[in-house]
Design a protein around this ligand. Sequence first.
Ligand SMILES: [Zn+2]
Ligand SMILES: [Zn+2]
Length: 408
Amino acid sequence: MSKRRGNSMNDHMDLDSLSDISRLHSIDQQQQNDRTKLSQPISDEPEQEQDTRPPNLTILQRFITNWLIMDPVLLEKYQHTKTPRRNYQVQKSEDLIYIYLFGGRFRTIKAKPISLLTGLVIFAGGILFWVFEASWLWHHISPSLVITFTYLWLLTAMFYIKSCTSDPGIVPRNLHLPKTIQDGKIKNPPDEYFNTVSLPYKVKGEKVQVKYCSTCHIWRPPKTSHCGVCEVCILNHDHHCIYLNNCIGERNYKYFLWFLLFSTSSCVYMMILTMIHLCHYRLVANSEIHDFATSVVRYPASLFLFIYSFIAWIYPMGLLGFHTFLTGKNITTREYLNYVYKKNKKTNPFVNVFTSHSILKNLYINWLGKSSGVALVRPRDKYTPGDIRFEAIAPLDIYSSEISLEDL
Ligand SMILES: [Zn+2]
Ligand SMILES: [Zn+2]
């Protein structure tokens, strides 16, 4: 038995498995640390530890902590009603790290909020444009330029918000629980739960591989992966974007693509408009300005905005090119990095069974044709006590006594 498990693990050992193992190590370590912390009495304020009564929050405080920015872990501590009323108020598993905004309508994760910095770059760019450029363009060239820029900027801001706060395609947890659970742990899981299983495909020799997620306790649908940052499985997982503080997957990939397109377009448009401002003296007879240097001295904000939009343009432009290439092939960033880029093409060829065999059709599917689908975990739905999707069950213990580290 142990041999079979060991070999099968070895056969299917890949980066994903390695990351799973290292994550399990870190979870174990974290749980040990937590236990150590809990076992140590806090000598300074022992009386407050005993007091489990929720503090008397004012209506404004409750509005802020229960609705505006809601951390379910904190709500667990401070809630006044014992039973949570909606799904977003339940977060029993400690490794889930979502924070909900506006009554569960938006979400983000408890990582470094670099998405706020991204938002600042977008919003500051728009505000600086309206303060320093819009009036001059409106009166000297045409109001249509300002209106077009504003429209592009609004689309960028909208797709930014949609990309970083919407559901990327989270798969509910605990859907495929094997055998018995004792003390929140799975006992004697079947062997196939440690293997990669190949599903049959219409073309002989080609296969679709699926794996069991030991943390979420589900058989992952094809193209689904576990995100080590969000600690959930994401359908059609593309990547975890630190600049948006969210995963990019089945339900928000389209928003992400359009965000890249419109942010790139806004930057290019701003570069063109600021250059028109700086070079306008060439188009006007009897202008007070006779050379570019004088124009820069006269309109320094235009030069600053040109440089600002150029710097802001570089990264989304690179990503836009990369994702246009990926969507043309209908593969995800993860598939590209794990199979196409790294793996040896001769010994382990990557067969993309999801391509439509037409670049245009692939592009259409990804950019326009696919709907964002249905949320499988709806945060604002009424919570049913005992809903297995929200129960805390320990990750599958792959280090059973039957398996040694050497086998892996
Ligand atoms: Zn998972
Ligand atoms: Zn993620």
